[in-house]
Design a protein around this ligand. Sequence first.
Ligand SMILES: C[S@@+](CC[C@H](N)C(=O)[O-])C[C@H]1O[C@@H](n2cnc3c(N)ncnc32)[C@H](O)[C@@H]1O
Length: 303
Amino acid sequence: MNFEISLHIPVLTKEVLEYLDPKQNENFIDATVGEGGHSMLILEKNKPNGRVLGIDWDAGQIENSKLHLADFKERIVLVNDSYFNLQNIIAKENFAPVHGILLDLGMSSWQLEKSLKGFSFTKSEPLDMRYDILNSTTAQKIINEESQFELEKILKEYGEEKFAHNIAKKIVEKRRFKKIESTLELVSIIEEAIPPKFRHGHPHFATRSFQAIRIAVNRELDNLTGFLPQAIETLSSKGRLVIISFHSLEDKIVKNFFKEMEKLGLVKILTKKPVVACASEILANPRSRSAKLRAIIKLENRS
Ligand SMILES: C[S@@+](CC[C@H](N)C(=O)[O-])C[C@H]1O[C@@H](n2cnc3c(N)ncnc32)[C@H](O)[C@@H]1O
């Protein structure tokens, strides 16, 4: 693996700073620290004594952010864990008070290009897709062991793949003869399963299936759902929570949760509509095309 220069361009940086609003000496949690892009911007703003707790489930990303944030090592604490365990992590690190939390969902360019974990459908790698290598579920296990019914459900629910039935059927047919082990084997099975006229164009025909399998391997929606109430609980009053999501399933969970919390009088929503990247950012960083940012501020305790 290669941990040198950062491949990942953080998205919506101006907007993250606007909604998180870091001030001198405040403390922040970057719950998906990745390669440290957003954390670096926060650390520039909360000096001289503000700290950042950076969490990432991928040990490789902790190494990357350690390298990229070396200049800030006195003020950054890095933890290799899932944000699903937010409150345990905070208790262990004795990290308080918390003035803001950032969650930038999904995977980073380094994971796609360099981690060798099979996140990309453009090169031959083992079907892994785990952020955390201690996770006992791999993409290979799902593809080779789940029933056709379950595979179809994963592709439909997490990928909104309209050919879910055909793809699941083809996977089951193929694995009877040979275990499916590599990303490119899976790509060619998907290609065979869909009608020829859908095999070209943008987005690539394997995009939705790869997204679905990655979400299933890492239980991404469960992690998000489990994280949200812990984040609200953790924030100090007037603390801010900023979440960037990359597909409608995540965005819906965030939107509904924020609305529910506002109804209960616990938070105020700062983004009536999701904030999206402008044309020039999309041009410079195509990954930002599907980014949606939502933010809330925690209201003062009324008791
Ligand atoms: C889009 S990247 C974050 C990039 C980061 N904002 C930056 O500027 O470099 C998302 C990161 O979330 C991490 N991640 C995914 N699920 C996680 C989880 N449950 N807990 C902690 N980190 C997770 C991934 O490993 C990945 O590094």
